[in-house]
Write a protein that binds this ligand. Sequence first.
Ligand SMILES: [Mg+2]
Length: 438
Amino acid sequence: MKMKIYLFGELSLMSSIPFTRKIALVDCNSFYVSCERLFNPKIRKKPVIVLSNNDGCIISRSNEAKALGIKMGEPYFKAKDIIIKNKVEVFSSNYSLYGDLSRRVMRTLKKFGSPIEIYSIDEAFLDLSNFPDNQIESIGKEIKATVLQWTGIPTSIGIAQTKTLSKIANHIAKKKLSGVANLIGVENIDPILEKIDINDVWGVGKQLTKFYKKNGIYNAKQLKNKSNTWIKKNSNVLSSRTALELRGISCIHLETTTTKRKSCVVSRSFGKRVETFCELKEAVVNYCLNASEKIRSDSLVAKTITVFIRTSPFQKNFGYYSNSKTIDFAISTNNSIEIVKTAVFILENIFKNGYQYQKAGVMLTGLSNANQKTNLFSSEKDEKISALMRSMDNTNFKYGRSALSLASAGVQKKWNMRRNHSSKIDTANFYNLPKIHA
Ligand SMILES: [Mg+2]
């Protein structure tokens, strides 16, 4: 009874204090470029760009590269003149490096103990509502400094009452020397919102932008100050939430549940067309090794595997073929040997001669916790296999990815992606450790 009264007292006390939600958006600056720079201090002050798969388009630019007028998403060949003239450093994308550094950044953010939503490879929302208003800016600066010190990745942090406003705060933070912008406690937000184009507001896509502009809404301030009746009458639920969020009323909540992955996909487009079963098998086996290592590092096991292959949809004169097949494992597993064996079996089933394959992939689904595996049939043999997998992962961690592998993975890898500018940095390689410059 005593307990109940105490709780009641606490609750009424809490509701008498006005509660401000404080959402921080942490965004890594030019993330892929920053990853490359981390291992290559010589390019820290130079213009740098990173290219998409098969060196197609520009997907990350340093500030110096932006200043040269190089556009986001521009095809590489179109920007070649500027690149050569200004000695821009060019890198092919190295997703295993970026994925690894992303995990390190997120792990660092989790250390602060606040609820977190990992929004993309280089962005996360943190709920800092538990900190007092007057400390919030210094907390932001501390988070930024810690991430930089622990991972070497520079970030910008925007803090505000809602997710939508924290995105806007982040835009502002990007331009500030401190890299942190705090909108909590700002009395009149209108002058800030006036400078934000409507299409730069989070959740406002191409179609909505057109619609808003037709109705005289060109910036965030104008959307915020539109009447509820107008918004409700004219657009869907999602955009009315945006308007409320701009007013500081939080209605898009953090999605923090289950940070663990539900599936693991490894697929690539080939650098050149692949025709033989043997080459395709090599690729699929490598994807399996990659995927099984990933799920082992998260202590997960997979219930199901899917293998898919396809030719290019654009090469019409060679005929289009695409197929996939899914198989359940007898018992959920993360054993590379088992996974490879099943994948090769599937490939034998779906492979057809006489086609030029452009893409293949492996997907592990039905992931669950490896420790929770209640397996009546587990035996001494299973123990030996998991010991073997552990030593394989440890060796590869020390001596570089694929130091230890299966014979079927092949050694030549002719099918590999075109990556003419790869930095070849592998975070699983001990000799690639970045040096700390204090
Ligand atoms: Mg970013």
